[in-house]
Ligand binder design. Structure first.
Ligand code: NAD
Length: 329
């Protein structure tokens, strides 16, 4: 079987090569995304895998159907860049990877929280700007086992996050409209307001929907403790960025860890010129009590291996007319 993998990143290649050898498949990796300009590369192949957030042109589906390809496997959890109905009309099944390593995302949230809890950004600022290596009493930290951690969203990643904080001895509160009884040993289920008011670390793990968009805005930030740390490794749009900047400037909360930003689409994952960097990113990045990572919580060996290998497994199954659990249309 011949498979083409679009938008291949360097970090994916070793896992893809291991998979191709183990499964005796012919695999071609290209760096370009799947577009009208590159779709011709798929001619003669039995299946294809993509990994892109840019929209898939609707004219691509009939071209693939014409090549005899009946599916696209995306090496992502998200699939909002596909028109699922149009793909279906042309007999193209889309598959995604809903879960590839919840622990990877949870650990990034913890990493950011610990960086902020121990005031590392503020110590760096002191050392770098003022040659000040003193042990400032202002920067005395709490210890994690004395913290209350508030989870908003207790799905796959929220659950992994709860387990980690519980193992570290923290008190873990959680809010989710869907009750997860299996989490009872790790968390106390409370209402959202209790989390906002009581938590030292508030960590978001919900999908971005019209209901959750800007779920953390000025009103929510105002009721948090002035010592609270906000962690968003879920989706940027969950937080009203302007309200967050103001809350940090007004010392309404103590810090923020962000692996996602509302307007990250043309920034994270890209090489850009200075004039393309959004103003809100620059303001946040300059704050010593903010840590930003460019949507890399997933970038671990386990997660990338799973993304590549599950996608290629699905590609083979669908090309052979078998079922997968990951079809989304
Ligand atoms: P999931 O579907 O397993 O869990 C989401 C949970 O959120 C569900 O239990 C749901 O009931 C709950 N929820 C929905 N609306 C809510 C609300 N208003 N308040 C509280 N809880 C609510 O999802 P997941 O796999 O755990 O993913 C969580 C988030 O992490 C998603 O936004 C996902 O896109 C993001 N994510 C980020 C990265 C990254 O690299 N930074 C990687 C993967 C996923």
């Amino acid at each position: 079987m011949k498979i083409i993998m679009y938008d291949t990143h360097q970090h994916e290649r070793p896992y893809a090569q291991i998979w191709a050898q183990a499964h005796h498949q012919k695999l071609t990796m290209v760096e370009e995304p799947l577009t009208m300009e590159t779709v011709h590369l798929a001619e003669g192949y039995d299946g294809l895998s993509v990994q892109q957030t840019i929209q898939i042109d609707n004219d691509i589906y009939p071209i693939l159907a014409n090549y005899g390809i009946n599916h696209i496997s995306t090496r992502t959890a998200g699939f909002d860049n596909f028109d699922l109905a149009v793909a279906k009309q042309h007999g193209i099944t889309i598959t995604n990877i809903p879960s590839y390593s919840p622990r990877a995302i949870a650990e990034m949230g913890l990493t950011q929280a610990m960086y902020l809890l121990r005031n590392i950004g503020r110590f760096h600022e002191q050392m770098d700007q003022n040659h000040d290596f003193t042990w400032s009493g202002n920067l005395i930290s709490n210890e994690i086992y004395r913290c209350t951690v508030g989870l908003i969203g207790t799905g796959r990643i929220g659950t992994a996050t709860a387990q980690i904080y519980k193992a570290l001895g923290a008190r873990v509160l959680a809010y989710d409209p869907r009750y997860h009884p299996e989490l009872e040993p790790f968390v106390e289920f409370v209402d959202r307001d209790t989390i906002l008011r009581q938590a030292d670390i508030i960590t978001l793990h919900t999908p971005l929907t019209p209901q959750t968009k800007n779920m953390i805005g000025a009103a929510e930030l105002r009721v948090m403790k002035p010592t609270a740390i906000l962690i968003n490794v879920a989706r940027g749009g969950l937080v009203d960025t302007q309200a967050l900047i103001k809350a940090l400037q007004d010392h309404e909360i103590a810090g923020a860890g962000l692996d996602t930003l509302a307007n990250e689409q043309n920034l994270f994952g890209h090489q850009v010129s200075p004039d393309q960097i959004p103003e809100d990113y620059k303001i946040l990045r300059a704050m010593p009590n903010v840590i930003i990572t460019p949507h890399v919580a997933f970038l671990t060996q386990t997660a990338v291996q799973n993304l590549v290998q599950i996608s290629l497994d699905d590609t083979v199954k669908l090309a052979q007319g078998q079922r997968t659990n990951h079809a989304v249309n």
